[in-house]
Design a protein around this ligand. Structure first.
Ligand code: BGC
Length: 446
């Protein structure tokens, strides 16, 4: 029994579902598409669980109509997906691949025909590999390369697309990709991480400005990954460690954009100043129409002498005797409430949307059905917390489930299943899970 109704969230609330190009499309080299850092990374030994690749993924490239039909069938009015940079610019810059533009025009037009509003993310982690060979996010030129791509997307799709998100989770693609090396392009260390951070912030603000200037009626946002953080104990050292983790996980990208500068409580971040050029203080700011928050869990943080640069470690959920998802993340619905409250406290955030939230649990398909009560309860309980924050006055205006179909979960391959729709990766058959039917009923309420 639901503890809320759709209407409790208000008439204007944006209900949706999110996905990303690399995780779903497949057809990695089709119709002139160039290689991205993820195409390359997935060929390296030992990087992806079970050596899986995204060469076919969900085959969304060929099955987009079927999947958009499902979005419609589930009564979901908004579909967020990303544009693959290398379909449009195979080398990242220079020659445009018309077939890539034609493809996204077909997807956008099909959404609109079906009465589904397309929401575009411009960068969901798939940097052109040709640009990575020139330094990728560590090369300041990336700001211009990205601007070129944003301009083309605005010119090609801006007549029909109203909602735009410049980036998906810069803290993850810089942290996992340029510091820890567990995501593409697999670089490590501060010498890569620090310039990547600053260039990503510059590119995010630049992308926002280009869209704003070209698309007068568009709503322009960007999305951040965020986790509610608590100290392991009330000891001074744990509290300070939790504050440093919070700076890296939750504040690092939003605060420069809002004009507050980079957080100053993490000594390693001081090096960012070395990458500043004249005018950057202004250039890193942009007044987004909305901020997309993507929350999955909370983190418990402990002081750690042995963790370089940050002096803090996450106490793993599996060691805390709490309910877990298949990603090993704690199921903790109040985390989304605290996150909304936290970001609402920034006076210059105009509007918040939850642009991703969802959970991976093992699914079994039996007689054409997938009974997934844990995912259903997870989404229900998270929504209850979103509503609580909204009722307390937070300007939260949307909720998008991650994700439509089970898909390629980056370094984890196909094992974690986040979809409202089950995909059999041998036959590519789609089966709506019970959580999907539940979402359909919720959204179908009049
Ligand atoms: C990303 C998605 C990812 C999801 C679950 C987010 O960090 O935007 O691409 O699949 O979380 O890990």
């Amino acid at each position: 029994m639901n503890k809320f109704k759709k209407i409790d969230f208000g008439e204007e609330f944006h209900w949706g579902v999110s996905a990303a190009a690399f995780q779903t499309e497949g057809a990695c080299y089709k119709d002139g598409k160039g290689q991205s850092i993820w195409d390359e990374f997935t060929t390296r030994k030992g990087k992806i669980l079970n050596g899986e690749t995204a060469l076919t993924a969900c085959d969304f490239y060929h099955r987009y109509q079927e999947d958009i039909d499902i979005v419609k069938q589930l009564n979901i009015p908004n579909f967020r997906f990303s544009i693959s940079w290398t379909r449009i610019l195979p080398e990242g810059t220079g020659e445009v691949n018309q077939a890539g533009i034609d493809y996204y025009n077909k997807v956008i037009d099909y959404c609109l025909q079906q009465g589904v509003e397309p929401w575009l993310t411009l960068y969901h982690w798939d940097l052109p590999y040709a640009l990575e060979l020139k330094g990728g996010w560590t090369n300041r030129e990336v700001v211009n390369w990205f601007g070129e791509f944003v301009n083309i997307c605005a010119d090609s799709f801006g007549d029909r697309v109203k909602y735009w998100m410049v980036m998906n989770e810069p803290s993850v693609f810089t942290g996992a990709g340029y510091f820890l090396g567990i995501h593409a392009p697999g670089r490590t260390g501060l010498k890569n991480f620090i310039p990547a951070i600053h260039h990503a912030v510059l590119a995010m603000a630049t992308g926002g400005r280009i869209l704003k200037q070209k698309l007068l009626d568009a709503e322009i946002g960007t999305t951040f990954s965020c986790s509610h953080i608590e100290p392991h104990t009330q000891r001074h050292k744990d509290i300070a460690a939790a504050k440093r983790a919070d700076a890296l996980i939750n504040r690092l990208f939003i605060e420069p954009i809002l004009g507050l500068g980079y957080p100053d409580n993490v000594p390693a971040l001081k090096k960012i100043k070395n990458y500043f050029q004249a005018g950057d203080e202004e250039a890193i700011k942009f007044d987004f129409d909305f901020i997309g928050l993507q929350n999955y869990t909370r983190e418990i943080v402990q002081y750690s002498f042995f963790t370089p640069y940050i002096g803090a470690r996450l106490v793993k959920a599996k060691d805390r005797n709490v309910p877990l998802t298949d990603m090993g993340w704690e199921v903790h619905p109040p985390s989304i409430y605290y996150i909304i409250k936290k970001y609402s406290a920034y006076s210059n955030i105009k509007k918040i949307l939850i642009t991703e939230n969802g959970a991976a649990f093992p699914d079994k398909i039996e007689q054409n059905e997938v009974d997934d009560p844990k995912r259903l309860a997870y989404i229900h309980d998270m929504l209850e917390q979103v509503l609580k924050a909204k009722n307390e006055g937070c300007n939260v205006q949307g909720y998008f489930v991650w994700t439509l179909t089970d898909n390629f979960e980056w370094a984890e391959g196909y094992h974690p299943r986040f979809g409202l729709v089950h995909v059999d990766f041998d036959t590519l058959k789609r089966t709506i899970k019970n959580s999907g039917h539940w979402y359909r009923e919720l959204l179908g309420e009049q």
